[in-house]
Design a protein around this ligand. Structure first.
Ligand code: NAP
Length: 486
């Protein structure tokens, strides 16, 4: 490497974006970094989530790093445990383990004037020139504030913190929530449950897809021997993902076709008019994060299953009382109630230049220039931060592109060109305006409520296609930043 100094970097989080960042640093000759991970292992969302039925509904051939293609996925849509193993294997293969500190939750990060002082819950202090925050979007489980929940005498488990000690076979189970998680967990628990009741506040469109489809071993063997073919398959997957981005960001016949398929998925699988009416959302398909399943409607039609759409009034010590006066006796409550998706680094105390806190900087909601730089926080970057394309572009790719962009800044720092880099308010506002305008025709903006919305009513997604994202992050634009040198 031609640099004259090595930046010290703290990466917070060892999930997809933290791993992408670390490997990108290494590939560019930057080795002085530590990855602080709150959990007991790497993998991020795939470490924390291990509820029954967990499967990725993005095809594995695009749900992987471009620099670490895995030829031999067991299924077209890989199960959660296999993805977690893949991420752990990548960490080993690229020699990241010595850099990873597990069980190291960051409680504070403070800008010192030229760099950062990062402290963990265990009291370790790390001095760094740069911080890369890779803390994820779907991290903090949302626990509903339902009266009586704490007085329930049976088991209560949130899907994002599954407890293997909780027995579900032969039990009367209540599942709350009908996002991707609720649909998967109902499908998985129904066969062995004595009774399963799905409490649905707002039904979701559920597109039929064969999530169980195996990837034949011979395909893995061929792809293993022919890396060029494997790369070609990845490119085909990325092209498919591009078509999906187009569907969600612009109205077209393609969007209407997918929406019609969603409606057909319901019509074809649910013949009972009453059940079908209860399962019909009052918003357009694709408006919320689309749910895929080939088993959910079948599970609901089973003799031991019931759909309840009456609102939940309270939870009693032995069950759930709904607004129609019914009391549903249950042994176990499964909370598939999603995440506080916009907390990002919080609750850590993050203090930037002149003592500004992230809570003050984000008083009107999370904002970042091109998903990665925050005014007031020099030498600090996020990967899969605010407005990341969680609903449209393959995430590993978005993380890799952002990591390369950050590394471009580090390269310039290493040559002594500057000591601190901070994005301007004006550039961040301009990016926010571009996003706001491009969000107008997206399907996310067609009249539903979802975790995509911040408390301030903004849609926290990237409404651009992959090419535009890559152009935005191709190289630093100096006019958008303040650079200082002491
Ligand atoms: P989610 O989509 O946010 O769904 C949460 C569900 O809980 C909603 O149905 C919501 O109802 C309900 N809910 C929340 N509070 C409630 C309350 N107090 N009473 C009754 N219902 C309540 O969460 P998720 O299903 O965990 O999925 C989050 C995201 O994780 C997905 O969109 C996806 O991006 C990702 N995910 C991906 C996969 C995969 O296969 N790749 C699998 C699981 C999750 P309302 O709609 O009425 O608010």
């Amino acid at each position: 490497m031609s640099g004259v100094r090595q930046p010290r970097v703290v990466i917070i989080g060892a999930g997809v974006s933290g791993i992408a960042s670390a490997i990108t640093l290494r590939r560019n000759g930057f080795d002085d970094f530590v990855i602080l991970e709150k959990g007991s292992d790497v993998g991020g969302v795939w470490h924390w989530n291990r509820y029954p039925g967990l499967t990725c509904d993005v095809p594995s051939q695009v749900y992987q790093f471009g620099f670490a293609p895995k030829p031999d996925w067991s299924r077209v849509f890989a199960p959660g445990a296999e993805i977690q193993r893949y991420l752990a294997d990548v960490v080993d293969e690229f020699g990241l383990r010595p850099h990873v500190r597990v069980d190291s939750e960051v409680v504070s990060a403070e800008f010192t004037g030229t760099g950062w002082r990062v402290e963990t819950a265990g009291g370790q202090v790390h001095e760094a020139d740069f911080v890369i925050s890779a803390t994820g979007v779907l991290h903090h489980p949302a626990r509903p504030a339902i009266p009586g929940l704490d007085e329930f005498t049976g088991d209560v488990v949130h899907t994002a913190r599954w407890d293997d000690a909780v027995r579900t076979a032969g039990k009367r189970i209540a599942v709350l929530g009908t996002g991707s998680t609720g649909v998967q967990v109902v499908s998985a628990l129904q066969p062995a449950a004595e009774r399963i009741t799905h409490f649905v506040r707002s039904p979701q469109w559920v597109i039929w897809a064969p999530m169980w489809l195996p990837q034949p071993a011979v395909v893995g063997a061929v792809l293993d021997r022919m890396p060029a073919l494997n790369r070609a398959l990845h490119r085909v997957g990325m092209a498919g993902a591009k078509a999906f981005t187009d569907v969600v960001t612009r109205p077209s016949w393609r969007r209407r076709a997918v929406q019609e398929y969603a409606r057909l998925s319901l019509r074809a699988q649910v013949a009972d008019p009453k059940l079908r009416a209860e399962l019909t959302p009052d918003y357009e398909p694709l408006c919320k994060r689309q749910v895929l399943s080939g088993t959910y409607y079948r599970a609901l039609r089973a003799r031991n299953a019931e759909l309840v759409t009456a609102g939940i009034e309270e939870i009693t010590p032995t069950g759930i009382r709904t607004a129609d006066g019914r009391h549903h006796e249950v042994d176990t409550i499964v909370l598939a109630t999603g995440f506080r998706a916009h907390d990002y680094m919080r609750p850590m105390t993050l203090t930037g230049r002149a003592g500004i806190s992230i809570d003050d900087a984000w008083a009107k909601g999370p904002r970042a220039y091109r998903m990665t730089a925050i005014p007031g926080f020099p030498n600090f970057f996020t990967v899969l931060g605010p407005n990341s394309p969680t609903g449209s572009i393959p995430l590993h790719h978005a993380a890799e592109v952002t990591a390369r962009y950050i590394t471009a800044w580090l390269r310039r720092w290493s040559t002594g060109e500057f000591d601190t880099v901070e994005v301007t308010e004006a550039a961040t506002d301009h990016f926010g305006d571009q996003v706001g305008e491009a969000l107008q025709p997206t399907v996310w903006n067609t009249g539903c409520n979802s975790w995509y919305f911040t408390e301030g009513g903004h849609i926290d997604l990237l409404p651009f296609d992959r090419r535009t994202m890559e152009e935005m992050l191709a190289a630093p634009e100096d006019g958008d930043f303040h650079l200082t040198k002491s």
